[in-house]
Design a protein around this ligand. Structure first.
Ligand SMILES: [Cu+2]
Length: 325
């Protein structure tokens, strides 16, 4: 629980926007531009999270890697189809990147998957390389059987279930067309937060999730596939590219809004089981609109932050940049 004084402080910090404090932003690069040794460093750090025991009491999570998935699973219904969709995922990605660096000795930054290069032909993407990537598509049973993550036993998912299973994929080239440059450009052309956010959450978001398929296509448990982080970092870049077109305006309150409580049943999502409480809005919003004060609940996996704190990627809280491929 964040005390009201922290809200005020966070709001003041957020209102100041970017400051001189972010002098050397971490460079987030496209996966296909990394050297082989940079790719292996990232994969090794992810394997390190997968080998570290869980430190929180989140249901079903056995490893540090699982805990990030659990944070997403527990509140899927309050972080999708709401104003907090992009801010929540930005905060989760930052927490993941920070854990790789502070807990696993990773010296790089969170890479992204430049999906438009592979749209319509995901099968051939370098991200599925077995030795310098995330392994291939699923075999007959859907389980990935090659690459560094083939042996990982997911304990969370599918959906809200807590069951041991493999990481699975079912790559679909036709559906992956949703990640095309045309879809990205369409979202970048939107002139308001509401239309830009719903555009990004619609097509480029779905193109990557459903084009990879399997665990990635599950709106609740998708962070069980480590590719999730590269997909969502690409979406975060699209959001930032949109914000940067009119930065002062789009990192301000004018760049936020939308409902803070989603529909009872999310399209394409597994139904919310009774032990997951119905979202009732968030701490920090005075009403039903998503505001800067909206607290993003990270369940102890990382410090809670307000949306205002993550609006600018080069502000007081975040300090990174996107390197164009
Ligand atoms: Cu999500």
């Amino acid at each position: 629980m964040i005390r009201p004084t922290s809200f005020v402080l966070a709001a003041l910090l957020a209102a100041r926007g970017s400051t001189a404090e972010c002098t050397s932003p971490g460079g987030r690069k496209a996966w296909h531009t990394l050297s082989d040794s940079e790719k292996l460093a990232y994969i090794d750090a992810e394997l390190c999270l997968m080998n570290k025991p869980a430190t929180l009491d989140l249901p079903g999570a056995r490893t540090r890697f699982d805990e990030f998935q659990a944070v997403h699973q527990l509140q899927a219904y309050s972080t999708h189809f709401v104003g907090a969709f992009l801010p929540f995922h930005r905060a989760l990605l930052h927490a993941h990147e920070s854990a790789l660096r502070t807990e696993c000795g990773y010296e790089g930054y969170q890479p992204y998957w430049q999906e438009q290069l592979d749209a319509g032909n995901f099968q051939a993407s370098v991200v599925f390389n077995d030795t310098h990537g995330f392994g291939g598509g699923g075999g007959a049973n859907g389980c990935i059987s090659t690459g560094p993550f083939a042996d990982y036993v997911n304990s969370l998912g599918p959906g809200y279930e807590v069951t041991d299973h493999c990481i699975n994929r079912q790559i679909n080239d036709r559906i992956s067309l949703g990640s095309s440059q045309a879809q990205v450009d369409n979202c970048l052309s939107k002139t308001t937060w509401a239309t830009a956010w719903s555009c990004i959450e619609g097509q480029p978001h779905s193109g990557g999730h459903l084009g990879v398929g399997g665990q990635m296509s599950n709106g609740v448990s998708s962070p069980g596939d480590p590719l999730f982080y590269l997909h969502h970092t690409w979406l975060d870049k699209i959001w930032w590219d949109w914000q940067a077109l009119d930065r002062t305006e789009r990192v301000s309150e004018a760049g936020m809004g939308g409902a803070n409580v989603g529909p009872d049943f999310l399209p394409g999502f597994p139904p919310r089981p009774s032990h997951i409480p119905k979202p009732t809005g968030a701490d920090g919003d005075p009403g039903t609109e998503t505001t800067f004060g909206h607290v993003l609940n990270m369940y102890g996996n990382s410090p809670n932050v307000t949306i205002g704190m993550v609006m600018d990627i080069q502000g007081d809280h975040l300090c990174y940049e996107y390197i164009e491929p």
